[in-house]
Each structure stands twice: as C-alpha cells, then as structure tokens.
Ligand binder design. Structure first.
Ligand code: 3PG
Length: 391
C-alpha cells in the first residue's frame, strides 16, 4: 500500500487478493457486506493512482475445476459496483490472461475454482504472478491459508506487498494484545471446542477472564460436573476443557461457568424456551442460550474490563427466544469503556443485529485468521510478504 500511496503504480498491472467471502442467503443475496466495504480502500487507491486493477477472492469452498453457479462472485461484483459507483466487470477463466486498461477494474471469478489453488500449485502460482507487475495481498480473512492466490503468487510476483486492510488488521490485533489495559477479558464462543481449542489454550495464559459460550460452554459445563442433557458438546474434550480451567485458576483468573441457562426440547425458532438453573438441566433438554443471571454477571465483568476480545455468540441468537445472552454481551461491550476487538462471521452478524458497530473498538474481517493472530501465530500469507520485503 506504500507503493500505491507513493503513486508508483500508474500504468502498472496490480493484482489485489481480497477476501470477499461474504455470507449469502439461500437465494444468493448477500446478507452482510463488511468484507466488500473493507476491500474498497485498496481498490480505490490503486484505481486513483492509474493502475490496471485486477481483484480476486474465493467464495465458499467450491470443488476445484467444477464451476457451479452458486460459486460465482456475480453478487459480489454487483454490490461492489453499487458501492464504488462504477461498473465492475466479472471475468471467468482468467488464469491464462487478463486484459485490463490503466484506470480500469476487473473482478476475477472465484479463485478457488482454479485447479491447484488450494494446494498452492507452483505452476499455477507462476501463471498468476505473470498476470501482474505488483501483487497486493489485502485478504486478511484468508491470510492463514497458504494457497496460490495468497501465498504462491506472493513468492513469484515481481513485487509483492501487503494491502492497507491486511496491515491494519495485524497491527490492531497484535497491538491490543501486546500490552493490554487490564483486566483483559476474552469471550470465545461457538459450537465446537475442537475448532477453538488452541486459542482457548493460548488465551488461558494471557487473559484475566475467559468467557465461554455456545457448544463450547456446554463442554466446559460437563468438565465442571454439570449435566447438559442432549445439548451440543464434545465429551471427548472434557479433559482439555478441565486443563484450560485449571490453567486459569493457577493464575488466579477464571472461566465463569453458566449458573443458569435457556433450554428447549427442540432446535427450532418457535421452540418453547425455559430458563433454568444450570444444575436443573433435564435429560431431553437442549441448552440454547445462557440464562439472565449469567448474562447479568458477565455484563458486569465486561463493563469492568480494560480490554475485551470477542469471538462467537453465546447462544442461538438467530432465534429471538435464545438471543438474550448474545444481546446482553453485545450491549455490555458497547457500554464498556474497555477497548474491544471483535471478529468472526457470526460475531459480525450479532454486532450488526444489535447495531453496535460504532461502539466496538476494532471489528476484524477475519474469522480463522483473527483467531490465529490472537493466538500469536504468524500467518503464512503475511510471512511470505515479510520474507520478500527482507529481500
Ligand atoms: C473465512 O471466511 O474465514 C475466510 O474467508 C476463509 O475461508 P476458508 O475457511 O474457507 O478458507
């Protein structure tokens, strides 16, 4: 982005890897466009500097070599055109050559359909590199993947650099954790402990409070000897959950276990919700949210925090009867004086549902990438850029 800012890209072919992997409903309508908006500064900068601009992204997890209509970036092109106020032509089959004039923009179809993308095939990477004079990696959300458009092209492009979004994301998250205002409280919620175990372990060595929610909290309830009925959980990870609780305790910190929960007998929007003590969950109950007492306690903890990291809703907030816990967390974060950072698709959806965008200190466009930076890992797609910069 320094190159772009310095105006060194006029007439150059600039290839921008963005993360435009946005959520869509069954009809293909975009339900949340934060990632498209976040990609615009790099694109505008390159266009204004007179570059010939190519942008690509993956969308979903398509089968390589088999393009299906639902894999298309067409809805993204349409939304981007609306936001930019200019046409955004979409090009299919682009690996062997793209014609784009200086000052023009073309969106290249879903890069994950290209054979060799996921495995970062060398031949494909070289072809991609040959399409441009400058490669700009601005896809923070995909920077934890070493694929042809995130890693391979960066290896072979004449010039490879980080875009403004990638740089800002890594900067914001690492700075917030390097020397946080304490207490530092993290909320790690979602359906599975297994997908977030390493982040729970890493955070248990850093944070003063570790709030768990969703299926993750259910596994932690099991680890604390509570019954959870038919609720989603991973009983084989109970020992790991116990180890996280113990690691926190050993530092005088805690993992608050819900004292009350909202349950239902079926998983459905119209299911009858029942609030009960965490000790009173029945065999045929499904825990779908934290209860009001737990929510109020957690809200107090969040209001007293110095720094808050949020990833994952604490209940099934898509269903109104089970949304109170997540809403209470969102409102507490909004009211807290703490510096807050949030990331992950469901978290962004909750932030948007409760309209607290302006009250969150930093909203990351990353899901898995956000978690990996929090964990202290170096993202491969960022590492290769640093290597290139170091010569
Ligand atoms: C995401 O949505 O987290 C990123 O776009 C990465 O997607 P992926 O998990 O399919 O690689």
């Amino acid at each position: 982005s320094d190159l772009i800012a310095a105006g060194k890209v006029a007439g150059q072919r600039v290839f921008i890897r963005a993360d435009l992997n946005v959520p869509q409903d069954d009809a293909g309508n975009i339900t949340e466009d934060t990632r498209i908006r976040a990609s615009l500064p790099a694109i505008k900068m390159a266009l204004e500097a007179g570059a010939a601009v190519m942008v690509t992204s993956h969308l979903g997890r398509p089968t390589e070599g088999e393009f299906k209509p639902e894999d298309s970036l067409a809805p993204v092109a349409a939304r981007m055109a609306e936001l930019l106020g200019r046409p955004v032509p979409l090009k299919a089959d682009w690996v062997d050559g793209v014609a784009v004039a200086p000052g023009e923009l073309v969106l290249l179809e879903n890069c994950r359909v290209n054979k060799g993308e996921k495995k970062c095939n060398d031949e494909l990477s070289k072809k991609l590199a040959a399409l441009c004079d400058i490669f700009v990696h601005d896809a923070f959300g995909t920077a934890h993947r070493a694929e042809a458009t995130t890693y391979g092209i960066a290896k072979y492009a004449k010039i490879a650099c980080a875009g403004p979004l990638l740089a800002a994301e890594i900067d914001a998250i690492t700075k917030a954790l390097a020397n946080p205002r304490r207490p530092l409280v993290a909320i790690v919620a979602g359906s599975k402990v297994s997908t977030k175990l390493t982040i729970l372990q890493a955070l248990s060595a850093k944070v003063d409070g570790l709030i768990v929610g969703g299926g993750i909290a259910n596994t932690f309830m099991l680890a604390s000897g509570l019954k959870i009925g038919k609720s989603l959980a991973e009983p084989d990870l109970v020992d790991q959950a116990k180890a996280v609780i113990d690691a926190m305790k050993a530092r005088g910190a805690e993992v608050p276990i819900p004292e009350d929960v909202v349950t239902a007998k079926t998983f459905a929007a119209g299911a009858t919700a029942a609030v009960k003590a965490a000790t009173a969950v029945e065999d045929d109950d499904l825990i779908l949210d934290i209860g009001p007492k737990t929510a109020a306690k957690l809200a107090e903890q969040l209001k007293a925090a110095g720094t808050i990291v949020w990833n994952g809703p604490v209940g099934v907030f898509e269903f109104d009867a089970f949304a109170h816990g997540t809403e209470a967390i969102a409102r507490a974060i909004a009211e807290s004086v703490a510096f807050s950072i949030a990331g992950g698709g469901d978290t962004l959806a909750a932030i948007s549902k409760y309209g607290i965008e302006k009250d969150v200190g930093y909203i990351s466009t990353g899901g898995g990438a956000f978690l990996e930076v929090l964990e202290g890992k170096t993202l491969p797609a960022f590492e290769i850029l640093s290597k290139r910069a170091a010569g």
